[in-house]
Design a protein around this ligand. Structure first.
Ligand SMILES: C[S@@+](CC[C@H](N)C(=O)[O-])C[C@H]1O[C@@H](n2cnc3c(N)ncnc32)[C@H](O)[C@@H]1O
Length: 211
């Protein structure tokens, strides 16, 4: 998976430079997350863009007044993020072993970054994200809604990249259970129908770490 994103990083950055793939409903969830983080009492608005890819979502959050730090497993994706936003810290790292102390962030964004992790390993990622979240902090997770596995390789093969890449769908209820198991309280959820070339419905769950 890391190798796949290293291979496609430049094309990913060129074809998806911003939030044009997100619908207004998706962005409403992202912006509600940003407002919750900015509005937190005594907060410094520091957000971890966990699985940041090329950094397009952290750029969006920066535009909403948040300070962001990005982390991704793929060197290639991190290189693209650093190039596009030199003033932001982007590090190579794994969602399952975040290199941060407990309660470091006012917010954690997991925007389509858990999707390549098999379902039975996702709870561990969410627990790790909850660990670095401050009491009262918010987490937003975006993902394709449904069941089963999709082969993502053909889409990249069409661009000339030979990669092996799958993504796992999740039901919003499953994701809600994972968040609860991580000690988080669900605040809101979006489930919307697929549009355009999307194969699957999309979902985003907003959760809060109790005080
Ligand atoms: C579909 S892309 C989404 C990137 C970005 N969040 C966005 O919305 O453009 C998934 C990203 O998650 C990263 N990723 C997947 N699993 C990861 C893990 N276990 N640890 C760190 N990064 C991971 C991949 O390297 C890739 O950059």
């Amino acid at each position: 998976m890391q190798h796949a994103y290293d291979t496609v990083a430049a094309d990913y950055a060129a074809r998806l430079p911003d939030t044009r793939a997100e619908t207004p409903l998706d962005l409403a969830m992202v912006d509600a997350f940003a407002e919750a983080v900015v509005g937190a009492a005594g907060g410094d608005g520091l957000v971890l863009d966990a699985g940041c890819g090329t950094g397009r979502m952290s750029r969006h959050l920066a535009g909403r007044g948040l300070r962001t730090v990005g982390l991704d497993l793929s060197h290639g994706m991190v290189t693209m993020a650093r190039r596009a936003q030199p003033g932001t810290s982007y590090v190579v790292g794994a969602l399952g072993a975040l290199p941060y102390a407990d309660a470091s962030f006012a917010g954690v964004l997991l925007w389509y970054s858990t999707i390549h992790t098999p379902p039975d390993e996702q709870s561990a990622l969410l627990s790790e994200a909850a660990r670095v979240l401050r009491p009262g902090g918010h987490l937003l997770v975006g993902f394709q809604a449904g069941t089963g596995v999709r082969d993502v390789a053909p889409a990249y093969r069409a661009l000339g990249h030979e990669v092996v890449l799958e993504r796992h769908l999740a039901s919003p209820d499953e994701m809600g259970t994972r968040l609860a198991d991580a000690g988080l309280v669900e605040v809101a959820r979006l489930v919307r129908r697929a549009v355009g070339s999307e194969r699957d419905d999309q979902a985003a769950l907003l959760a809060r770490r109790p005080d």
